[in-house]
Design a protein around this ligand. Structure first.
Ligand code: URA
Length: 230
C-alpha cells in the first residue's frame, strides 16, 4: 500500500501539492470512486484515474535484451533502427533506458533499467563491473597476447587499458573480460594485438549471463540477479 500522492508524483502525473488540489475537485478516482484525501493508501492493483485517464504506475524494472546486430544503442536515431524498437510496450511505459552501449554490429547482453542509481552504477567506470565478450577474429591470440592483455593492452592511440582476461577457445575464437567500457574497446584491443574482430557478442555482465535468451528477446532479471548487479 502506498500513498496516492506518492504514486502520482512517481508516475510523473502531478506534484503532491497538485494531487491534493485535483483530489479536492473530485478528479481522482480509485477503482471508480473519487478519492478526496491524497494521503490515502492505495493497493498495488487498484486502478487509478486522473481526469478520466488511467495512471501507469511506476515500478522498478531491470531487464536484459539479447541485442541483434543492425540496431543502435540509443533512445533515438534519425537513420537507424534503435534497440528501443525491440522493447515490449510495458518496458517502454516504465521508461527504461539502455545502461551502456553496444556497437550497431555487436550482439548480445544489454541491460535496461528505469532505476537511475543502478543506471549510474552500471555505466560508471568506477564500478569496474566485469563484462565478458565472445569474439571471432582474424589472426591468432598467442600466449604473449594473453599476457599483454593481463598487463594492460596499449591501444593504437596510446591509451593503456586496464588488465583484461583473454581465453582462447580455438583458432580465431576467444573470450575477453574487461572492466572498462571505452569506445569500441574490444575491437581496438584486439586490433592492437594484431587481430581484426569479425564478430562480437557480449555474453555476461557481472553475475548476469545471457544464457539461452534468443536474439531480440527481453526478460526481467530475478530479484537475486538484480541485487547482485547492485
Ligand atoms: N567493445 C567493442 O568494440 N564494441 C562493443 O560493442 C562493445 C565493446
Amino acid at each position: 500500500m502506498e500513498r496516492l500522492d506518492k504514486i502520482l508524483s512517481e508516475a510523473g502525473v502531478c506534484s503532491r501539492k497538485d494531487c491534493a488540489r485535483l483530489a479536492r475537485r473530485g478528479l481522482i478516482t480509485v477503482d471508480g470512486l473519487a478519492v478526496k484525501n491524497p494521503a490515502d493508501k492505495i493497493g498495488e492493483n487498484a486502478k487509478i484515474e486522473v481526469d478520466g485517464e488511467q495512471v501507469v504506475r511506476r515500478r522498478e524494472v531491470v531487464c536484459i535484451m539479447n541485442k541483434p546486430a543492425g540496431f543502435v544503442t540509443s533512445t533515438e536515431d534519425d537513420r537507424s533502427r534503435t534497440v528501443m524498437e525491440l522493447l515490449p510496450e510495458e518496458m517502454l511505459r516504465q521508461k527504461v533506458v539502455p545502461a551502456g552501449r553496444l556497437d550497431k554490429d555487436t550482439e548480445g547482453l544489454l541491460v535496461f533499467t528505469n532505476n537511475g542509481e543502478l543506471l549510474h552504477r552500471l555505466i560508471s567506470p568506477k564500478s569496474e563491473i566485469p563484462k565478458t565478450y565472445y569474439v571471432e577474429h582474424e589472426g591468432t591470440i598467442t600466449d604473449a597476447s594473453i599476457r599483454t592483455a593481463a598487463q594492460g593492452v596499449e591501444l593504437k592511440d596510446g591509451t593503456v587499458c586496464k588488465s583484461a582476461k583473454i581465453e582462447r577457445l580455438g583458432e580465431g575464437r576467444s573470450t575477453i573480460t574487461i572492466t572498462e567500457g571505452m569506445y569500441h574497446q574490444v575491437k581496438r584491443m584486439f586490433a592492437a594485438l594484431g587481430c581484426h574482430v569479425t564478430y562480437l557478442k557480449r555474453i555476461q555482465i557481472g553475475n548476469v549471463n545471457l544464457g539461452d535468451l534468443q536474439s531480440s528477446q527481453v526478460r526481467e532479471l530475478s530479484e537475486e540477479e538484480r541485487n547482485a548487479l547492485f
